[in-house]
Design a protein around this ligand. Structure first.
Ligand code: COA
Length: 368
C-alpha cells in the first residue's frame, strides 16, 4: 500500500487540497501541459480543479492507482502532479505520468518526483512502470532517461490530440530490477550542443531549419541520392526537424544541420543513423546547398561527425553512394573512409528498379 504522503529529496508527494486550486489552474492551463496532457478538461478552471480534488484523485486510487500533488517541501506549495494508473493487475504493470507548473520547470522537480514514486511503486509490488511520451516532448523524454526508463518502442497512434487527430507515443519502461541511475544513451548530446572545426559547425536539427532543409532536399541532384529518389514534401521535412530531438534521445539517429561557422548560415545537413547498435555500426548521409559546394565543407562535416561518433562508442561507420556520385566518394575518402565494395541492387530506384551502391567504411581504429 503506497502512503498518503511521501517525503523525498527536493519534493513532497501529498494529496491535493483546496488551497492548491489556483496553482492547479495555472499549471493545467499552461499550453505545454495542455498539449501533452490532452485528456485534461477543456477549458480548465477552478471548478475543474475542485472536481479533481473531490472526485478525480479519489477515483484514481479506487481503480488501484495513485495520484499526488508534487509540493515544494520548504513551502508545501504545489509545483506539479504525479501518479500511477494500473494497467494490468495480474502483471503488476502501471503507467506513470507527471506534470510541473511552468515556474518550477528545469530544476529537477519531475525527475525527483518520478524517481520517488517509482521507488515506492517497486517497493510495494509493481513489476513494470511504463511512461508514454509524445515524440516532440523533449523535456519528458529527458525526464524518462534521467529516471532510468529505457526506450522500448513506439505505440502507434496511441495518443489523441484535443482535435481528435491521433499520433504515436513513445514507450519508456523501467522494471523493478533495472539498475539504479539514469539510462545510458547510445547517442549522447553533443558537447555544448555543437561540433566545430572553426570552418563548419554542426548542431542538432531544429524546427526552424525546415525551410532550408526542404530547399536542400528538393534539389534534383539531392533527390537523386535519396532513398527512394523522390522529393519530400514540406510537411515531412518539417516533421523530421521537429522529431530530431526525439530520435536522438531514443538512440536512433543524430540528425544535424551543417552551418558555416563564420556566418552561422545553414549550408547543409548530415545525418547519422544508428542502424546496428548491437555491432556498433552506424551509417552516414550528407548533402550541401549548391552555394556551399566545392570548398571541402562536406568532408569537414563528415570528419567532425565521425570523430564524435567514435568517441561515443560507435565502432564502424559506413556510407553508400551511387556509382556515378564521384563527388560524394571523394568526400568520404577525404574524411578517412575506405572504399569497401559494390553492393548490387542495394537501394530502390524511382520506378521500383534496384540501384547499385558503392560502400565506404571507416573504423574507430583506422588512423586519421
Ligand atoms: C515534462 C515536465 C514534467 C518536465 O518537468 P521538469 O521539472 O522541468 O523536469 P526536470 O527539471 O526534472 O528535467 C528533466 C530533464 O528534462 C530536461 N529539460 C527540462 N526542460 C527542458 C526543455 N525546455 N527543453 C529540453 N530539455 C528540458 C532537463 O535538462 C532534464 O534532462 P537532463 O537530466 O538530461 O538534464 C514539464 O516540462 C511539464 O510539465 N510539461 C508539460 C506536461 C508534460 O509534458 N507531462 C509529461 C507527459 S508524458
Amino acid at each position: 500500500m503506497i502512503p498518503e504522503t511521501i517525503e523525498g529529496y527536493g519534493v513532497r508527494l501529498r494529496p491535493t487540497r483546496s488551497t492548491d486550486v489556483p496553482d492547479l489552474v495555472a499549471g493545467c492551463t499552461d499550453p505545454q501541459t495542455r498539449r501533452y496532457l490532452p485528456a485534461l478538461p477543456d477549458p480548465y478552471d477552478a471548478d475543474s480543479a475542485r472536481w479533481w480534488i473531490a472526485e478525480g484523485e479519489p477515483a484514481v486510487w479506487a481503480a488501484g492507482g495513485c495520484a499526488y500533488a508534487v509540493a515544494d517541501p520548504e513551502t508545501d506549495r504545489l509545483v506539479g502532479g504525479v501518479g500511477l494508473t494500473r494497467l494490468a493487475v495480474a502483471r503488476a504493470d502501471f503507467e506513470i505520468g507527471y506534470w510541473v507548473v511552468p515556474w518550477a520547470r528545469g530544476r529537477g522537480v519531475a525527475t525527483a518526483a518520478t524517481r520517488l514514486l517509482g521507488e515506492r511503486a517497486f517497493a510495494t509490488g509493481a513489476a513494470r512502470l511504463e511512461l508514454l511520451t509524445h515524440r516532440e516532448n523533449e523535456p519528458s523524454q529527458r525526464t524518462a532517461l534521467a529516471c532510468g526508463y529505457r526506450h522500448e518502442g513506439v505505440r502507434r497512434a496511441a495518443g489523441a490530440a484535443r482535435d481528435g487527430v491521433r499520433h504515436d507515443l513513445v514507450a519508456w519502461v523501467r522494471l523493478a530490477d533495472d539498475p539504479p541511475g539514469p539510462t545510458a544513451r547510445l547517442l549522447p548530446d553533443l558537447p555544448s550542443g555543437r561540433l566545430s572545426d572553426g570552418v563548419v559547425t554542426l548542431r542538432r536539427l531544429e524546427p526552424a531549419d525546415a525551410d532550408a532543409l526542404h530547399r536542400l532536399h528538393t534539389l534534383p541532384e539531392v533527390v537523386a541520392n535519396r532513398v527512394p529518389p523522390v522529393p519530400p514534401d514540406r510537411e515531412s521535412i518539417a516533421r523530421r526537424c521537429r522529431l530530431a530531438a526525439g530520435y536522438w534521445l531514443a538512440g536512433d539517429a543524430a540528425d544535424l544541420a551543417i552551418l558555416e561557422t563564420a556566418t552561422g548560415a545553414l549550408v547543409g545537413g548530415c545525418a547519422l543513423g544508428y542502424d546496428e547498435p548491437a555491432t556498433g555500426q552506424a551509417t552516414l548521409g550528407y548533402s550541401l546547398l549548391p552555394e556551399a559546394r566545392g570548398r571541402g565543407l562536406a568532408a569537414r562535416a563528415v570528419r567532425l561527425v565521425a570523430g564524435w561518433a567514435f568517441g561515443v562508442g560507435v565502432a564502424r561507420l559506413w556510407a553508400g553512394t551511387r556509382v556515378q556520385n564521384v563527388a560524394s566518394q571523394r568526400v568520404l575518402e577525404r574524411a578517412g573512409f575506405q572504399r569497401e565494395g559494390l553492393l548490387r541492387g542495394r537501394v530502390p530506384g524511382a520506378a521500383g528498379e534496384r540501384t547499385d551502391s558503392v560502400v565506404f567504411g571507416r573504423l574507430a581504429s583506422d588512423r586519421d
